[in-house]
Design a binder for this molecule. Structure first.
Ligand code: MEV
Length: 448
């Protein structure tokens, strides 16, 4: 380790250190007074399991847990699910649960997978004339298919594979810049590995084709591959979740507004998010609170899902709400359309024991079924947020959790928690205020 150590927080070969050495280095360089134990709070008891976690990423020094909660009573396409959610944000699971229960007695969520196509891109420079693409594409396609059959066979047997190919010209980038846009089906896997493997093989085979194909003239043989990678923009891997019920059943007990007024205000709130980007971003963040939590719980890639959702929200050229609301014949309709590239096999889905558990809790859904569950959770979350916003305001619910978090940070005992909660009912909660109250309570200055 001494060889690796450098002064002033810099180091060569950090990745070559073992975990204990990395921690020691951090303690020496950045954490005077802290101890090794502070890294080990959440280490798995079993060394093998810890090794599994450590292997998910690089340079690991600790495990960082997040709460794994359940939103029960989700009625989705006639089946009831307990939905696993992993999130650090208070009130999210409570809001999803309360929304699920609300819709349980109003027909539940109807969810439809619109399409499940994924995309990949191979970018390259080519010296030929753009008009020659149509004539050459069948020859290129046949070559690529033949040369990569060994990679695509197994996926085809699982109902996936390459679905098609477009050869695009990108003259605004460079007159010789081109893209092969490849469409994929990936069965129950998210498919990133499969898609990237196929694309990299396509890159090699594009060069082989350009060197050998009899369809090309000598001037057309000049190809330079730039890059090959899947696209996280998945506008054809989309699911729509919807709820509806007669307006008169849209009562919100304790809200102080009647059903018709609630629906009017709710619809306005959604319409505002369809028109105003500042509001749309917050509105969609609320949707992603639900979706990301399911995506995380099932070991899926939340960054991919996030970037796809926001690109989709901006497809019209303007960033808009992903959900819509309408009233027709006195029926309230609320729906969400969102791209969701999810998998239920491969990746972390089996490797992470809690992702595996989450999938078991939902009855080991197919990728399509998981798309439905995640979309329903996003719609439920959005409904709960807007329901609060247009009635009591969001803080009322948040404050209860906020208070509990403050009390935890101040190591309050159960009786102290109870008394403080009673005191702050209807009052504004702040860290300072709670600390003051608790100090007085502990000094015996608050009457029982
Ligand atoms: C907070 O995480 C999410 C909300 O801001 C969503 C919304 O405003 O619709 C409450």
């Amino acid at each position: 380790m001494a060889d690796n150590k450098q002064e002033n927080g810099r180091i060569n070969g950090f990745s070559k250190l073992d975990k204990r050495q990395r921690r020691e280095w951090l303690l020496n360089q950045f954490l005077p007074g802290r101890t090794n134990e502070e890294f080990t709070y959440f280490d798995a008891d079993s060394g093998d399991l810890q090794q599994v976690f450590d292997n998910f990423s690089e340079n690991t020094v600790a495990s960082f847990p997040l709460p794994f909660g359940i939103a029960p009573n989700f009625l989705i396409n006639g089946k009831t699910y307990a939905v696993p959610m992993v999130t650090e944000e208070s009130s999210v699971v409570a809001a999803a649960s309360s929304s699920a229960k609300y819709w349980l007695t109003r027909g539940g969520f109807r969810v439809e997978v619109v399409a499940t196509e994924k995309l990949g891109q191979l970018h390259f420079r080519w010296a030929g004339h753009p008009d020659r693409r149509a004539a050459l594409l069948p020859d290129l396609k046949a070559h690529l298919e033949r040369a990569t059959a060994g990679i695509t066979d197994r996926m085809e047997a699982r109902g996936g594979g390459v679905r098609g190919l477009t050869w695009k010209h990108l003259p605004t980038v460079d007159p010789q810049c081109y893209q092969l846009l490849v469409r994929f089906g990936t069965g129950d896997s998210m498919g990133a590995n499969f898609i990237n493997t196929v694309l990299e093989a396509y890159a090699t085979e594009l060069e082989a084709w350009s060197a050998t194909s009899a369809a090309l003239s000598d001037e057309e043989r000049d190809v330079e591959v730039i890059m090959a990678i899947l696209s996280n923009h998945t506008p054809n891997c989309v699911v729509t979740a919807a709820v509806s019920c007669p307006i008169e059943e849209m009562n919100i007990p304790g809200s102080g507004v009647d059903a018709a007024d609630f629906v009017r205000r709710f619809r306005l709130a959604v319409d505002i998010a369809r028109e105003d980007t500042y509001r749309a971003v917050t509105h969609n963040k609320g949707i992603m609170n639900g979706i990301d939590a399911v995506v995380l719980a099932t070991g899926n890639d939340f960054r991919a899902v996030e970037s796809a959702a926001h690109a989709f929200a901006a497809e019209s050229g303007r960033y808009r709400s992903l959900s819509r609301c309408r009233v027709e014949d006195d029926i309230f309709h609320f729906e969400l359309t969102v791209p969701l590239a999810l998998g239920t096999v491969g990746g972390l889905t089996r490797l992470h024991p809690l992702a595996d558990l989450a999938l078991d809790i939902m009855g080991r859904p197919s990728a399509r079924e998981l798309m439905c569950i995640a979309a329903a959770t996003g719609l439920a979350q959005n409904f709960a947020a807007l329901r609060s916003l247009v009635t009591t305001g969001i803080q009322q619910g948040h404050m209860k959790m906020h208070l509990q978090n403050i009390l935890s940070s101040l190591q309050a005992s159960p009786p102290e928690r109870q008394q403080t909660a009673e005191f702050f009912r209807g009052r504004t909660v702040s860290h300072h205020g709670v600390r003051q109250y608790l100090d007085r309570l502990r000094e015996g200055g608050v009457g029982g």
